[in-house]
Design a protein around this ligand. Structure first.
Ligand SMILES: Cc1cc2nc3c(=O)[nH]c(=O)nc-3n(C[C@H](O)[C@H](O)[C@H](O)COP(=O)(O)O)c2cc1C
Length: 304
């Protein structure tokens, strides 16, 4: 079983080719942790704060390509050309992509091409993820049978849960878990569990909706849940850009988190926490129109 190895204690190393460096200071200005400065006519790395985090920004901004960063899972070989401006999504195309996306819960019986899944994962890996090195991982569950098997495990987990959290027991627990948690369990989690069980027993999967593929985003104790959730969001948009429907499923991780054997079987490293699942597939019920959504403080109606 894979065990977490954090490279957090390592410090990145910045090497500057002094022959080609023009002391333009772009690297010094961009460094988010302030470890670079010009001293005695050269760029020098100082070990201040938590040291170089190997984000690679200095080598990405260097006009002379004379900086190499290594350590913390990064090297100069990771540099790649930027897409030319004409190949980048402009505001209108990004807005259109976002406006056209909606959660999809009905899928055609068509598998998702493995190379397409790999591309979605590759795009998602470009998401911002807290402090490098990126301690977010993703497991691909490929094929409707594999996804359904996993849904069965989730349903089994909920079946066990509802046996424990019976109404009487929940009431007894209320003083210990607090009002908000009590209400969350009694009004949402337990009814949701019952919904999962009822539909599963009737032959319907309302956990993963019979999707032909799923991505499980997980994070190590050195990362935060937000890192994995942002990566999942990127994957959702990448899927949309390839004509794939998707839906985030937060109902599965609480069960996956409690089943270490299942996580190990999925290849989730010991100690990592599953944060969010993204189900993917070709939509069986295309949307014909969009909808205006607003944040909670935006009450006015109608389009902007
Ligand atoms: C963190 C998170 C968890 C979610 N979990 C579930 C889930 O377990 N099951 C589900 O059907 N939808 C889930 N959704 C999808 C939302 O229900 C969906 O975004 C909502 O229906 C609005 O639809 P839209 O995405 O088309 O705007 C989740 C969404 C988020 C952001």
């Amino acid at each position: 079983m894979a065990v977490i190895h954090s490279t957090y204690r390592d410090t990145g190393t910045v090497s500057v080719d002094g022959e080609r460096c023009t002391l333009c200071e772009a690297c010094v200005k961009t460094c988010p942790v302030g470890v670079l400065r010009i001293e005695d006519g050269a760029v020098r790395q100082r070990n201040v704060g938590f040291g170089c985090v190997a984000c690679g920004h200095c080598m990405m901004v260097c006009p002379e390509t004379c900086i190499a960063v290594s350590g913390r899972n990064l090297s100069a070989a990771d540099l790649q050309p930027l897409p030319p401006p004409e190949a980048r999504a402009d505001a209108a195309s990004l807005k259109a992509l976002l406006a056209a996306r909606r959660s999809v819960r009905r899928f055609r019986e068509r598998p998702v091409e493995p190379e397409l899944l790999a591309e979605v994962v590759a795009v998602a890996s470009s998401a911002p993820m807290g402090v490098p090195p990126w301690d977010v991982g993703v497991v691909t569950v490929d094929g409707a049978d594999a996804v359904r098997k996993l849904a069965g495990e989730v349903v089994a987990g909920y079946r066990g849960m509802v046996k424990i959290f019976r109404p009487g027991i929940l009431k007894v627990m209320r003083p210990f878990i607090g009002r908000a948690r009590y209400e969350q369990f009694s009004s949402f989690i337990v009814p949701l569990a019952h919904k999962y069980l009822e539909s599963w027993d009737e032959g319907r999967d309302t956990v993963f909706y019979g999707a032909p593929a799923a991505l499980i985003f997980h994070y190590s104790p050195y990362a935060g849940e937000a890192d994995a959730v942002i990566a999942c969001t990127y994957a959702m948009l990448a899927a949309e850009s390839h004509g794939l429907g998707s839906c985030m499923v937060g109902g599965a991780p609480p069960i996956l988190q409690r089943n270490r054997d299942l996580c190990a079987g999925l290849g989730i490293p010991e100690g990592n926490t599953p944060a969010l699942v993204l189900i993917l597939g070709y939509s069986a019920v295309p949307f014909k129109r969009g909808i205006v959504r607003r944040f909670s403080h935006q009450q006015e109606a109608g389009p902007r």
